[in-house]
Design a protein around this ligand. Sequence first.
Ligand SMILES: Cc1ncc(COP(=O)(O)O)c(C=O)c1O
Length: 498
Amino acid sequence: MENKHTLNQFEAPVSAAMTDYARDGALAFHTPGHKQGLGAHRLLRELITAEGLRQEVSLMEELDDLHEPEGCIKRAEALAAELWGAQDTLFIINGTTGGIHAMLLGTLAPGDEVLVPRNAHRSIIGGIILAGAVPVYIQPELEPALGIAMGLSVRNVRRAVTEHPHAKALLAVYPTYYGFCCDLQAIAVLVHERGMLLLVDEAHGAHLRFSDRLPSQALELGADAVAQSTHKLLGSLTQTSMVHIGSGRVDRQRIRQAAGLLQSTSPNQLLLASLDIARLQMAEEGGERLAGAVRLSERLRAAVNSIDGLYGPGEELCSKAEDRGAAAMDAAKLTVNLDGLGISGQEAELVLRHRYKIQCELSDPRNLLFIMSMADTEREAERLLAALKSLAGEYAGAGNREQVNMAAMPVPIQRLNPREAFFAPVETVPLEQAAGCIAAETAAFYPPGIPLLCPGEEITREVISYIRHYQAMGLRLSGPADGSLHRIRICKGHKIDG
Ligand SMILES: Cc1ncc(COP(=O)(O)O)c(C=O)c1O
């Protein structure tokens, strides 16, 4: 990351405008109804603080307009664009969910094909429904050592772009939740050679820019537009994200227009200020703080690997080979694989939470995921390590962990696109009688979280028997309204014969 900035990265224009407004002391005859805290309940005052409420106003001229920024928000977005190396940046107050929706609605038209990983986050399917696009699913790679899905392999992307030469865009997830990064640079070349856009769900990668020990961020690898959850790994308030524009291949005004359709006309000023301040924090001390987090995480990983029964995966799972789904790993993430112990990830999460007062980010049957951030110090790392040691001692002895290879499952035929399925009249039928019907909902088992069915797809006997098989294995089902899938929601009036 270059150190030279043209703009003054050490100011926070949104935050400064709010402070100035509050200091000016104008008598409030406007929204919000708590009127700068004067009418707020004591609990709200204690929660937000008196100063926070004094600054919690919106729509004043000096506070600018998120939808047509001309003042402090425009300046704050320009500062963020400079820091992340983007051509333009949009502040988003509805998380990366909102950012992904804006990217898809701002780049696709109804009927456009878009290539997406089969295990894409639900926000991607949401964006596809909004845009009326047609998803072409690409199976992610699986990592047998962990039983989780990795990213897309270059081989599978090559096949997809060859089979769907008219697709408008590919939306890649980079990094995955567990921090594994596909070979995005090679994927960018494949996609751009065919005139397609590379959009990136970088929800878990807003910090990558700030340490040389971390994989490059997507913008540096050729992404045309990127949505990042600033709130996930950096210091802004939950719900705040950014969309960065990486190239002139996308129409940035259209993406702004899409964001304008989707976001409130009364954006919370505290959320906007938190994005501005998180950017300031990264400009002031991002490199140093991220280096600290990576150092701690690497030390922890080495220590975990010296404990009997535990495995902390690292770069050994990464390769630039064409058939691999991980070319690099975010070293600030710490996955702890429990295959060598007689306890599942979900049980271990509960033990850590209730006995050791430690909360992980995520658990699955075989792994725990811990996030190290700029907030952590040696003390937190030591506490986690001590708890993991004692967990390993108590649950010594490997359990039985069956492998699940959902990537081998053929993707069912798509009979309706997700938007058509979303708006179709729906009825519920017993799953066993649904062969030949069209799914109105997703069915995905965790791990690895790759759907067996997505909205609009034909339900086959094979899919039904896989669903029952995975349920018998005790895997967690996500998506259907009826969590047992005794009955499934289908699109009424569509039945495929045969
Ligand atoms: C891969 C991925 N993409 C997108 C999102 C949505 O991000 P947000 O929670 O900021 O809306 C998430 C949330 O967990 C995610 O894991």
